[in-house]
Write a protein that binds this ligand. Structure first.
Ligand code: PLP
Length: 426
């Protein structure tokens, strides 16, 4: 049954392509950099959940372990010094990738989730009090909702929410109405993982800071840095969080960027080795940021892998990635518009290659399973955005998300698989 479906989906895809006269597929020059895509006939359309890794990242991580792996910052011997140098070089690469003023503003975390929790528990517990207001948006990933709810339960802050409009953009008039003398923090996603909407964060930061310059703003850039160039010196926010595994890097590594003077004013998030100056049973003093926030042995190999991923992206150029994905998104929109009975969520004019939809002829999870049998990997469900799904009155969508390695054949496979699913379920 499975192989029969796969065969027929491939046939359908080829027929579809011939019928549309699309034999001249645009060549993707980067796809072969990803061994997993060379070795498998899969239409991988789940890059928003986690991206595949290029050979250069695999090599950089393997090289450390093969040639000079050791713990960092502590050893006087050669291996430790070489590994420390590579780890700290990765921090510099991250700083330059996001236009930070200095690598001292780059804190390595486990992922974006930990970066957000760090801000909430360190800055939030220090500077927020009962009744202070934090503004989020209706399209937040749970990673930018739940930490604030934990803080609410701990100290009694108030959470307010900017609503989403029908096309998946934020209602900025409502945002302005939500601002009050109690507003202390605004925390929002740069690009929605469920809708693809690119929020005009610069404008939102401006509105908040115009209202009261002391309001702090954190941007969850997990999905944005994959598709667009960002620059911390220009954006105007106070914190920016990102996660390595969506950026063609490994799992287990993320980044919190913060303005240095703010980081300096914050207490540690976790305590342990490598973040202290002096420890006695009477008192302990802490290192300056970023070390203050990096307790314990960090994800050494993973940080070096993230550095390699960013070098890889730099070599291609974000402008080239954006141009490629824009053409492909347009192709995907046109191709999916021809499939009957789909309803799309997230049709903002400014969006990245994330296509979220439901079908009136089948449930998202049944469709996802049939697509899997056709060799097409998409995500189905609430995408860790349950409040957003509640807004639209649905329990989930089918989400196809593009990466720099995606090509027209992937979209053709998706369309063919949907045709197959409709035939079986419709
Ligand atoms: C917008 C957004 N924020 C935060 C996260 C959390 O990322 P991580 O699980 O790597 O911490 C994700 C992951 O899907 C995301 O899409």
């Amino acid at each position: 049954m499975t192989s029969e479906l796969i065969r027929s989906a491939r046939d359908l895809r080829n027929n579809h392509r011939e019928a549309e006269g699309r034999d001249n597929m645009v060549h993707n020059p980067w796809r072969n950099d990803f061994p997993i895509l060379k070795n498998n006939d899969i239409a991988y359309l789940d890059s928003a959940a986690s991206a595949q890794k290029p050979q250069t990242v695999i090599d950089a991580m393997t090289d450390v372990m093969k040639h000079h792996y050791s713990n960092i910052h502590r050893g006087l011997y050669n291996f430790s010094q070489v590994t420390t140098k590579e780890f700290e070089a990765a921090r510099k690469t991250v700083a330059s990738f996001i236009g930070a003023a200095s690598e001292r503003e780059i804190i390595f975390t486990r992922n974006a989730t930990e970066a957000i929790n760090l801000v909430v528990q360190s800055w939030g517990r220090m500077y927020l009090a009962q009744g202070d207001e934090v503004i989020l948006t209706e399209m937040e990933h749970h990673a930018n909702i739940v930490p604030w709810q934990i803080l609410r339960d701990q100290i009694g802050i108030v959470i307010k929410v900017i609503p989403v409009q029908e096309d998946g953009t934020l209602d900025l008039d409502r945002f302005e109405a939500l601002l009050s003398p109690q507003t202390k923090f605004v925390s929002l996603v740069h690009v929605s993982n469920a809708l693809g909407t690119i929020n005009n964060v610069k404008k939102i930061i401006g509105i908040a800071k115009d209202f009261y310059p002391e309001i702090k703003v954190m941007i969850d850039g997990s999905q944005a840095v994959v598709h667009r160039a960002v620059n911390m010196k220009e954006l105007g926010c106070d914190f920016y969080a990102l996660t390595g595994h969506k950026l063609y890097g490994p799992t287990g590594i993320g980044v919190l960027w913060g303005k240095y003077d703010i980081l300096e004013s914050m207490p540690p998030y976790q305590g342990g080795g490598d973040m202290i100056e002096k420890v006695s049973f009477d008192y302990t003093t802490y290192k300056e940021p970023p070390a203050r926030f990096e307790a314990g042995t960090p994800a050494i190999i993973e940080a070096i892998g993230l550095g390699a991923a960013l070098e890889y992206i730099n070599n291609i150029g974000m402008a080239a990635i954006e141009a490629h994905e824009t053409v492909l998104l347009d192709y995907a929109n046109k191709a999916l518009a021809k499939v009957e009975g789909l309803r799309f969520y997230g049709t903002a004019p400014e969006k990245v290659g994330i296509l979220s939809f439901t079908a009136d002829w089948g449930h998202a999870s049944d469709i996802g399973m049939i697509l899997d049998q056709c060799g097409v990997a998409v995500r189905t469900g609430h995408h860790c955005c349950q409040p957003l799904m509640q807004h639209f009155g649905i329990d989930g969508t089918i989400r196809a998300s593009l990466g720099l390695y995606s090509n027209q054949q992937d979209i053709d496979a998706l369309v063919a698989g949907l045709g197959k699913a409709k035939g079986l379920l419709g």
